[in-house]
Design a protein around this ligand. Structure first.
Ligand code: PLP
Length: 395
């Protein structure tokens, strides 16, 4: 396949990409090599929690790079100790293992649960996951994923991931057997189209997993680190999971992910888990800079307020143009369209001139909005105005 930018022909083709090359970012804005500006409501698929090149993040990275980039995972380093303590102090978890991507953190969670099954449950290894859920692109996390058709891509799958239906407790209960060790889910199914697990479902699932002595694993790669207006989305349900994974927003754009667990689940022995770049101080310093800002006075309340503002604006636009449901929490939201036109709208928005708009279309009839947590209400207003134009163009 040809790349849309001819000089990019040495890059492996994995997907069609638009024909511009980004050279700079600033908060909610991206600038391409021709100087065109784009208002960014994708933010690297929800990774730039502080927007592009936030000064605090840039400073932290520059200072840490000058000091120490990577002594290797066999030695302690200060930023990873600080970040782990900050995460445990602000969650229900006791221990942290740092990884480099959401999929790698989820692989760690799967291994930790299976290890628990070996140690405590006579070799139980099955982890119940959910139809339409998404957990990553490694072989095990693809097998845990419930995207239609993913069971045959790269077959055979890694066994042991029976699929239940989200918000249907009976469907989980029906899958519990002697080999079950855990249940794993996203508090909001992001890639499926921003489908929230209901609060009552999360609470009932916690009770059910306790009753059967199963681990509850929350994949907060997309929902964690302030995205939903709380530091972690499990807080909305007032529950205490056993294991959580983080990625995306944790490093503010720098590759950084984490596996968090309660003390009782931490059963790895020497050699079970590791990785060359895991817990390197450069990435960890980014995580510390992100959390310093997120945990500052009023920051998360402001994310929730801007999330409500985005909901109200999308809802009004939907009513005005006869579109579908608006759903989501905080700054992770979706708008359902009456037709399969989301790809067309994304293209029309990015091509608008003189300023482009970047949107995401995870489903053919749905747009997803995941701006920087630092987005302003003026930027939300601009996005709505330009989205309205693109919706009209696409008609
Ligand atoms: N889990 C969830 C809920 C995700 O949304 C994603 C990515 O979109 C992943 C895992 C995989 O993360 P990564 O792409 O960093 O491997």
């Amino acid at each position: 396949m040809q790349q849309s930018v001819p000089r990019a022909k040495s890059l492996m083709w994995i997907n069609e990409r638009p024909d511009f090359v980004f050279v700079r970012g600033d908060g909610s804005w991206l600038i391409d090599e021709r100087g065109k500006r784009y208002l960014d409501f994708v933010q690297g698929w929800a990774v730039n929690s502080l927007g592009h090149s936030h000064p605090a993040l840039v400073r932290a990275l520059a200072e840490q790079a000058a000091l120490l980039i990577n002594p290797g995972p066999a030695y302690f380093n200060e930023p990873s100790i600080v970040l782990a303590s900050r995460l445990t102090a602000n969650s229900v978890f006791d221990r942290v293992f740092f990884a480099n991507s959401g999929a790698e953190a989820n692989e760690g969670a799967i291994k930790l649960a299976r290890k628990g099954g070996q140690v405590n449950k006579g070799g139980a290894f099955e982890i119940i996951t959910f139809e339409h859920g998404f957990h990553g692109r490694t072989l095990a996390t693809m097998s845990a994923t419930g995207k239609p058709g993913w069971d045959v891509r790269f077959a055979p799958q890694v066994p042991g991931f029976p699929k239940a239906r989200l918000n249907d407790l009976a469907s989980v209960e029906a899958l519990i057997g002697k080999n079950t060790v855990a249940v794993m889910l996203e508090p909001v199914q992001g890639e499926a189209g921003v489908i929230p697990a209901e609060r009552e479902f999360m609470r009932a699932l916690r009770a059910l997993t306790r009753q059967h002595q199963l681990l509850l694993i929350v994949d907060e790669v997309q929902t964690g680190v302030g995205r939903t207006g709380k530091l972690f989305a499990y807080e909305h349900a007032d529950i205490e999971p056993d294991i959580m994974t983080l990625g995306k927003g944790l490093g503010g754009g720098v590759p950084l992910a984490a596996l968090l667990a309660r003390e009782a689940c931490c059963c790895f022995v020497a050699g079970d888990q590791g990785g060359t770049f895991c817990g390197n101080p450069l990435a960890a310093s980014a995580g510390v800079a992100v959390l310093d800002i997120l945990l500052g006075p009023g920051f998360l309340a402001e994310v929730a307020r801007k999330g409500d503002y985005l909901t109200s604006k999308l809802t009004a636009l939907s009513a005005e143009l006869g579109l579908g449901e608006v759903r989501g929490t905080g700054l992770l939201q979706a708008l359902v369209l009456p037709t399969d036109s989301s790809a067309k709208i994304v293209t029309s928005a990015e091509r608008r001139s003189p300023v482009g708009l970047l949107l995401n279309a995870p489903r053919p009839n749905l747009l997803r909005f995941m701006p920087a947590l630092t987005v302003s209400t003026d930027e939300i207003d601009s996005m709505i105005a330009w989205l309205r134009e693109s919706l009209r163009d696409a008609r």
